[in-house]
Each structure stands twice: as C-alpha cells, then as structure tokens.
Design a protein around this ligand. Structure first.
Ligand code: ADP
Ligand code: ZN
Length: 627
C-alpha cells in the first residue's frame, strides 16, 4: 500500500518518523508533554493508558501512531468513541489534514456504510471511528477478525475510557464489552485515553479493559492558561454575568452553566435580549434542536451556550474563551471538568463563577432530599464541603484544585486570589452574635431562615419581628454595624464551615455541634471581605488580565488581514460542512496575518499548516494576503 504523496515516507527511526508525521500532517513543530513517549510506546506495539487534562492533546496520541502503523502496512486503527455527534468533525479534521479516516454510525445511509466497510476491509483506511455498541456486535467482530488474519488491524484507541467505570461520571454499559477486544486480539496494541483523574476510576479502567500490561502516562492536570475567578453574588447574578461577558469576552465563544432547565431558558433569552449571540441547551429540548444548537456552537465564533450539564461531553471546540457558572456545580470534579472546556487551544481563557448563600443552601438540600442511602449522602456532603472551601478560599485557587487531585503546586499568579489577594477580617465577634441569635430562637423552640435572622441582628423592625416579640431579644440590633450583604456573607461562610445547617422546606437555620466552640470564643473565624464590586474595577485597571484575542498584537493592517482570512475560512468551512476551526484555528490565522508569508514555503512554516492544507489552500491564502 502506498501512502499518499504528501505523507512522509517511513523511516527506521521511530522518533524521527513520528516528528515527520507531526510536522507534515499536522503542521506542528514539537510534541507537547508526554505525547512523544506515548506515540513511541503505541507505535511500537505496546499498550498505554493516557491520563491527560482536556486540551492536553490526547487525539495526537493515537492519531500519530495510527498513521505510522498504517504507513508500515499494518492497516486500520479502530477508534472507540462514545459520541456519534462528534465523530463527523473529528473525521473531517483528519481528512482535511490528508489522513484517510471515516466513521461508522447510524447517521449513514446503508450505501455509505457499505462503502466505508469496503474501505476498511481493504485496509486502505487509516482510522475508523465507531461507537462501542457497534464494535462489539458479532458482525463487526467478525470483520475485525478478518482484518486481523490479514495483518491489517493496526491498533485500538479507546477514547473517553472512564466511561467503562461505574465510579466515573459517565458510565456506559457498552464499554464493559470492550474487554472482548483484548481477549480476541491480544497482540493488537491498545491505547485508552481519558481526562478523568481520580485513583479509583483509574484502577477500574485498568481492570475492566485488562490494561495491566499497559504503560500508564499521567500528565499534570494543571491548565495554566485558565484563569480561575470566583465572585460573590450580589443582587443580580445575571447582571454580573453580563458585565463579565461585556468587559472581558465580547464577541467570544463561551459556555454558561445553570442548574435548571428553566434558568437555562431564561438566561439565554435574557442574554439575547441584551444583544448577545446566546442559545439554550438542556436535555428537555428535542434532539433535533439540541443538535442544531450544538452545531451552531461549533461553527460560530461568538456563540454563548447557556446549558445544563447535559452539554459538554466530547465538545472539543478549541477556542471556548470562558466557562461561567451561575450555579454551584456538584463538586470539584464537576467544576474542573466543566471549566476545563475553556481554552483547549492553550490560549488564555477564564473560568468564572458567581456564588452565594442560596447556592450553599440549595446544594445541601439537594443532597439531603435525594433518595440515596446515608453513606452515599455523607460522601456527597464531603465533596460539597471541599468545593465550598475552594469558593471561600483566600489563597491560590489552583493550589487547592490541584491538591484535590493529589498534585502539589505553588501559587499560580493566574487566579483571582493570586492577582488581587482578598482582604480578610476577624469575624469571630460577628459569628458569635449570629450563632447566639439562632441559639435564642432555639431556646424559644423557634426556627427561622436567613432573612428574619438578619433583620433581628440589624434591628430592622418588621411585622414578623413584632409578631414574635423578637425586638426584646438580647441580640436585637446587636449587629447594626454590618450591612445585610455582610451578614449574608458571614452566614454563608458559617454554613460552608458546617457550624450552621439549613433544614426543611423553608431552609430554617439550625446550630450544629461545632458551633459551640465558636460561641465560646475558642476558635477564630476569619472571613473574606465582602467584595462590593471593587474587584472588577481593580482587575480592569490593573491590566493583569491576559488578552485573549489571538489577533491582539496585530496592527490595524494585520487585523484587516486576520478578518479577511476569517471570512475566507468561513466560506471554505461552509462548503465542506465543517466547523471553521477544523480548517484552521484562529491562532494559525493570526500567525499568518502577522508573518505575511511571501510564498508557499514560508506559509508551510506556520504552526497548524500541514502539507495537505498547504497544497489545498496555500495559493488561496497567499491571494487573500495579497501575495
Ligand atoms: P484533548 O482531546 O486532550 O482535549 P485535543 O487533542 O483536542 O485535546 O488537543 C487540544 C488542542 O491542542 C487541539 O487544538 C490540538 O490541535 C492542539 N495540539 C495538540 N497537540 C499539539 C502539539 N503538539 N502542538 C501544537 N498543538 C497541539
Ligand atoms: Zn493562584
């Protein structure tokens, strides 16, 4: 089998052959992190388990070995991928790069599927993507056997490998069947890839996929280009969101996570009414609309997807510039996964969350009211506590995040706390006042929620304070020196610390055992200063924020060239029915606009321009650049 002319010819040295593929096919100059070692291991026929954060570059870890093995006449690599919706774009990207790839799934007509099966059975195909349920059918296994007998089954790549684990968050029973592959074809190398970090899931993947012999590659889970920002809710969270988007991300793509479908709809509508390009996404929308919205997100540069957690798995759009949370996620794993969808291209991106008292109360209540057994609930509470501690932290957010995943690190200089160290104040007295006020209610056999408690502390007379005779309590008005917002912060943090719990339908407040030590003055309570809008002003004035636009640094003419290239790209993308970034990423276009290559050879030097794209688009690009 002859490789197409633009692919490098095989050489004996595996290292340099891999580099040739990297530069000729993908247009990149160097492997990132552990990519080179992984490629070497798999290309040589070994098994690998790859743990790499989102955006780390997992795709190349199986695509490059697949290309190398195909060049050596070893046939077709089978890629197991859980999401039909995304195979199309992945295959499109490979074909654009000149690699013969295809997918088999239910979206194909019978005729198309037979054509692809013929391509596969002849061994001409380099990579074939399919969902696990197809791969484990008797028919498909028989086809694999036939390929294998002829030495044309080159390797297996199992993407999103955590789906095999019941501990993971996306368990799929079809994944369990994949152990068949190893039983039937023990000599065919396998690489399993996932971005899910925790120990338990890892062990589970190894066991269930029988990867005991595999080399395990664990990358750091740090995403240095993501800036973490957690702000306190004040008044209108969606106004805060709007300000964040307008100030920092106008015209950029982002995801806004909300807990409920209703809030998703309302928020998307409201952003639209404010003139932003926003769409809703949740499991209650019909399949067709979900697909349309997802498609638009992948294809448009400036779309904000307002979504429940139903959205996101497998979305590999590289230029998502921000992920915003209007509600608290379930735990740190979820927070990290959701925020990890920002900045896959390695350019600066932001993870922004606004949170407040109601979030803490709601999340606790959801756990309490869930039908799960008490041990499970206890586990969930522990995870929520870790997330609350992150939200209330006054030290580096990244250090805490990574520590949660078992990694040690130093203060990052790229989170809100590092950039604007928050003021803290000694809230021991305030905390004691608040706790003793709840204690007075308890003594009288009464339970109240936050609003009334704060009224009593601040001495604000209402019908209710009169009705219950609370104006004669010893704690009446003892906290008039703090604002309502400040009291909410104190209460939120006391709940987060577990000194106060909320109960029942009305979220009434109850003292917990640990409150005793605070009441007695045995523990100091230090709290974050309530923000009162100051941080935004500081951060914009401070100018420390990374500029995110890849076109930044271009002069006016460079900007024009960049825009012209984008316009050209969007035509090509439309013609090919692919997202624009599959043709070229923004960073590649910006580099072209900056360098203004004089000829094809110079254009080929730019990162992201491989041989096939150079051949297909080189002249056009030079024309757009006026060369
Ligand atoms: P993951 O699947 O781990 O989330 P991807 O494989 O989608 O990550 O890669 C993320 C981004 O990084 C993609 O835009 C990809 O083209 C780019 N990338 C990966 N490896 C390299 C490399 N060695 N050099 C330059 N860009 C790379
Ligand atoms: Zn930091």
């Amino acid at each position: 089998m002859n490789p197409p002319a633009h692919l490098p010819s095989p050489t004996d040295d595996p290292q340099s052959a891999a580099h040739q593929v990297l530069s000729a096919v993908f247009g990149y100059t160097a492997f990132r992190g552990q990519q080179a070692d992984i490629v070497e291991q798999v290309a040589a026929g070994g098994d690998a388990l790859v743990l790499m954060p989102t955006g780390g570059g997992k795709s190349l870890c199986y695509q490059v070995p697949a290309i190398l093995r195909h060049q050596r006449g070893q046939g077709v690599a089978i890629v197991v991928s859980p999401l039909i919706a995304l195979m199309h774009d992945q295959v499109g990207a490979l074909e654009e790069a000149g690699v013969h790839a295809a997918f088999l799934n239910s979206s194909l007509t019978g005729e198309e599927a037979s054509r692809i099966e013929r391509e596969m059975m002849s061994g001409r195909l380099t990579l074939l993507y399919a969902a696990p349920e197809r791969i484990t059918t008797p028919r498909f296994l028989a086809q694999l056997s036939s390929l294998h007998e002829r030495g044309l089954l080159s390797m297996f790549a199992i993407d999103e490998a955590h789906c095999v684990s019941q501990w993971g968050h996306d368990f799929r029973s079809e994944y369990l069947q994949l152990s068949l592959l190893h039983e039937r074809f023990p000599d065919v190398p396998r690489v399993a890839l996932t971005a899910t970090a925790d120990e338990l899931t890892r062990a589970d993947i190894i066991e269930r996929l029988q990867l005991q012999e595999a080399r395990v590659f664990i990358s750091s889970f740090d995403r240095p280009n993501i800036r973490y920002l957690i702000v306190e809710k004040n008044g209108s969270p969606r106004e805060q969101l709007l300000r964040f988007v307008r100030d920092e991300h106008e015209g950029e793509a982002g995801v806004v996570y909300c807990q409920s479908r209703k809030k998703v709809e309302e928020t998307a509508q409201w952003l639209q009414s404010e003139g932003l390009n926003a769409l809703p996404y949740h499991a209650g929308l019909d399949a067709d609309m979900r697909r349309r919205h997802q498609d638009r997100f992948l294809r448009e540069d400036d779309l904000i997807m307002v979504a429940t957690i139903a959205f996101g798995m497998g979305i590999d759009k590289p230029d998502v510039r921000f992920v915003a949370h209007l509600d608290l996620p379930k735990n740190i794993e979820a927070y990290y996964q959701e925020t990890g969808r920002a900045g896959r291209d390695g350019a600066p991106a932001e993870a922004w969350m606004t949170y407040g008292l109601a979030d803490v109360v709601n999340q606790r209540r959801m756990i309490d009211e869930s039908p799960a057994d008490e041990t499970f609930k206890q586990g969930q509470r522990g995870k929520l506590d870790a997330l609350l501690a992150l939200a209330e932290a006054t030290d580096c957010r990244r250090v805490r995040l990574l520590a949660y995943f078992g990694e040690e690190s130093r203060p990052c200089g790229n989170c809100d706390n590092c950039l604007n160290p928050p003021q803290t104040w000694d809230a021991t007295e305030a905390a004691r006042k608040l706790l003793s006020c709840i204690y007075r209610f308890h003594q009288r056999g009464e339970r109240f929620g936050a609003g009334h408690l704060i009224d009593v502390l601040r001495g604000k007379a209402t019908d209710k304070t009169r009705q219950y005779g609370h104006e004669s309590l010893s704690t009446w008005g003892c906290g008039a020196d703090l604002s309502e917002q400040q009291w909410r912060a104190v209460l939120r943090q006391l709940i987060a610390l577990g000194h106060v719990a909320t109960e029942g339908e009305f979220n009434t407040l109850a003292l917990q055992d640990s409150a005793r030590a605070v009441l007695k003055g045995e523990v100091e309570v230090r709290l974050r200063e309530a923000e009162e809008k100051k941080s935004r002003a500081k951060s914009s004035r401070g100018g420390a924020r990374p500029r995110i636009d890849p076109a930044l640094g271009l002069d006016a003419e460079g900007q024009e060239r960049f825009e012209a290239l984008k316009a050209w790209r969007s035509e090509v993308a439309k013609e090919h029915g692919l997202p624009a970034y599959v043709i070229f990423q923004n960073t590649t276009l910006a580099e072209m606009a900056r360098v203004v290559p004089g000829d094809l050879a110079e254009l080929g030097e730019i990162s992201g321009v491989g041989a096939k794209k150079l051949e297909a688009y080189g002249r056009e690009i030079l024309r757009v650049l006026g060369r």
